[in-house]
Design a protein around this ligand. Structure first.
Ligand code: HEM
Length: 106
């Protein structure tokens, strides 16, 4: 998907993780979020158009998605252990990461 499509997938997945009480549904949403984050990591946002892949700005872009993926993995482990409330707290940290990065790149 293009970056906008990846962002819409992240958004739908995050809403599901925050609102669901079913482990299987949360797991599926987290998988969708990880796939979207991996794809978005390879994109260049309009705000960095023309930046070289090795520029500090593009490295920061990719690091942000690695942080997002690490949080998705953490939430997934929590779901697997049946710790759904903890997984939702991790999802809140993902929302904070989103807000920080939107201020930088959007
Ligand atoms: C779960 C976390 C995130 C969610 C739910 C999310 C959600 C969204 C949404 C709904 C949009 C608007 C899409 C539209 O055009 O309709 C958007 C745009 C955008 N987001 Fe995110 N986002 C997340 C994380 C991030 C991260 C980590 C970054 C950067 C490292 C980022 C960078 C951007 C940029 C650059 C745009 C504008 C895209 C464009 O102009 O084409 N987002 N995001």
């Amino acid at each position: 998907a293009d970056l906008e499509g990846d962002m819409l997938s992240l958004s739908a997945g995050l809403s599901t993780v925050l609102s669901s009480d079913q482990a299987s549904e949360m797991q599926q949403a987290l998988t969708q979020m990880r796939d979207a984050a991996k794809d978005a990591k390879t994109a260049t946002p309009p705000s960095l158009a023309g930046s070289s892949p090795q520029s500090p700005a593009m490295q920061g872009w990719r690091d942000a998605f690695d942080q997002l993926i690490a949080k998705v993995n953490q939430a997934e482990q929590q779901v697997k252990l049946g710790k759904l409330a903890e997984a939702k707290q991790t999802a809140q940290q993902i929302a904070a990461l989103r807000n920080q990065n939107h201020r930088k790149y959007r």
